[in-house]
Design a protein around this ligand. Structure first.
Ligand code: 2AM
Ligand code: CA
Ligand code: CA
Ligand code: CA
Length: 276
């Protein structure tokens, strides 16, 4: 698939418009009582708002780009694994931070990445309660509310603040391995933070608010947009092992510098969460 600069501009305009609209829906529902359903575990939540946003966005994308592909968290079922092709693919998480959303914690966002030939060309993350709009186009830098982003220049892990998420899995072995990693972070880094939104954590690294993020168990819709925003801000995005990122492998490490990324990789236990 070849795409022109004008194709990118057209996709970006729609992506930005649907992100703002999704944000409006999140804002309208933020302080209301929610109807909450659970999915894989009691910690794995979904609300009517997640589903409504995903449906609205999917409909608008199809209306303008009928032959583009779509991957969304709430339309993906455990039994039908999605596949990633070279076609233009819109990858969305209608609400990243659903547990925050249900608990009125403002760290929530809409996340939208567009891949062409399996390369991310557009990333948009919108946190409507905080009024923060992160945007990126491949090769053109990334922006927060129009201001150009630059990741931290720190190189030493012992000076770094590391962001991570716990995830919704309650499998005992996974929890043991995650605990080992938390211990290692406290031992090797300056500080540890967990905000409840993977996408916003990656954007925080892009914005110089902390030096690295890693997680095992995330999906393609959690990090596709954020990863472009981070790499366009000068951050390094890899598989936690240091190998090239595979977006279907459910693992990601974002470091403000190659040095922090490498040092972090060395002190982590690398969980295998399977594939999307
Ligand atoms: P969600 O809100 O879209 O479900 C909260 O811990 C963060 O991790 C959120 O970004 C959440 O996305 C994401 N998350 C959900 N399931 C996860 C899992 N199994 N492992 C790791 N992170 C997960
Ligand atoms: Ca979820
Ligand atoms: Ca998510
Ligand atoms: Ca979600």
């Amino acid at each position: 698939n070849t795409i022109s600069d004008q194709d990118v501009e057209e996709m970006f305009e729609l992506a930005r418009a649907v992100a703002l609209e999704a944000g409006q829906v999140i804002r309208e529902n933020f302080y209301k009582d929610k109807v909450v359903d659970t999915k894989m575990s009691a910690a794995d939540l979904v609300t009517e708002t997640d589903q409504a946003i995903e449906k609205m966005v999917h409909t608008k994308i199809l209306a303008k780009f009928p032959d583009h592909k779509f991957i969304g968290e709430e339309s993906t079922h455990e039994t039908h694994k999605h596949e990633l092709t070279d076609d233009p693919t819109w990858i969305i998480d209608p609400i990243d931070g659903t547990t925050n959303f249900v608990n009125h914690i403002p760290e929530v966002c809409f996340s939208l990445g567009i891949m062409v030939n399996k390369q991310t060309v557009i990333g948009i993350v919108y946190a409507p309660i905080k009024e923060e709009l992160y945007t990126a186009k491949l090769g053109q830098g990334s922006y927060l509310n129009g201001e150009k982003l630059q990741a931290s220049k720190i190189k030493e892990l012992k000076q770094a603040v590391i962001l991570f998420e716990g995830g919704a899995s309650r499998d005992e072995q996974i929890l043991q391995d995650k605990l080992k990693n938390v211990h290692s972070l406290f031992t090797n880094a300056r500080g540890v933070r967990s905000y409840g939104s993977g996408a916003l954590s990656i954007c925080n690294v892009a914005a110089g608010r902390g030096q690295a993020f890693f997680e095992y168990g995330l999906h393609i819709w959690d990090f596709t947009a954020g990863n472009l925003i981070a790499s366009e801000a000068g951050a390094v995005v890899t598989d936690p092992s240091g190998a090239e990122l595979n977006p279907l492998r459910r693992r990601v490490l974002v470091g403000c510098s190659a040095e922090v990324a490498q040092s972090l990789s060395k002190v982590l236990t690398h969980l295998d969460m399977g594939w999307d």
